[in-house]
Design a protein around this ligand. Structure first.
Ligand code: DC
Length: 218
């Protein structure tokens, strides 16, 4: 019998990471944060001084990507022996990742790396194309979203709590820009799988979303 997979796709800031990690912990399953692979590739490409428009060069960096994921309360990501976790969450990293993610050759290289996370007893996979492309045979698929205004507000609060200066208008603009790029690209655009459950977390507390997903998978 194949290893069960739960996919949680949706736009950035919808709470996929928090919900996926919590569900993986409750079920005792592995966790794949596919966005962090694209983000790590953006960091590796910058370290190699690679032009993001040079498809062959970025693809080569993707082929040689040496990543280790350490799952604790937070995810730690090691690139070539160096802890890159602090750089992963930067807005500039997310921006570069979404440019790289539009390249079909890069997505082809990263496909197998993501599928390798499927190990017993199960996997929770979080991203944009988990249910549509990477794990189309997942036992349960969720599309988790929230309004751009709500996602921007959450991101703004997170930054302020960390003592980082932030501008709500600018964050809203960046989120809308990223949504547009992720939805309009030709290669595996952000889209809801036909057989996915739709959850709008705009007005739902995160605990309710987790409970709902656990109910679905059970
Ligand atoms: O989920 P995130 O914000 O960490 O993702 C960073 C970027 O990576 C996002 O803009 C789109 C891309 N991405 C993707 O194309 N496919 C995925 N499965 C996950 C992320």
């Amino acid at each position: 019998m194949s290893v069960p997979v739960l996919t949680i796709d949706g736009p950035s800031g919808a709470g996929k990471g928090t919900v996926s990690r919590a569900v993986a912990k409750i079920k005792g399953w592995h966790y794949l944060d596919s966005g962090s692979i694209y983000r790590a590739l953006a960091i590796a490409a910058a370290a190699a001084k690679t032009d993001l428009q040079d498809v062959a060069a970025v693809t080569e960096v993707a082929e040689n990507l040496q990543l280790t994921f350490v799952c604790g309360d937070e995810l730690t990501v090691i690139l070539d022996g160096r802890d890159i976790t602090p750089q992963l969450g930067l807005e500039s990293t997310g921006h570069a990742a979404s440019i790289i993610a539009a390249l079909p050759a890069v997505r082809r290289v990263l496909l197998q790396k993501q599928q390798d996370f499927r190990k017993p007893p199960g996997l929770v996979a979080d991203g944009r194309d988990m249910g549509t492309v990477v794990f189309p045979d997942a036992v349960c698929k969720v599309f988790l979203t929230a309004s751009a205004a709500k996602r921007a507000e959450r991101r703004y609060k997170q930054l302020i709590e960390k003592g980082i200066d932030a501008n709500l208008c600018q964050i809203t603009h960046e989120i809308e820009e990223r949504d547009r790029r992720d939805q309009e690209r030709k290669a595996a655009p952000l889209a809801m799988a036909e057989d996915a459950y739709y959850i709008d977390s705009s007005t739902l507390p995160v605990g309710d979303v987790i409970a709902e997903v656990i109910k679905l998978i059970s």
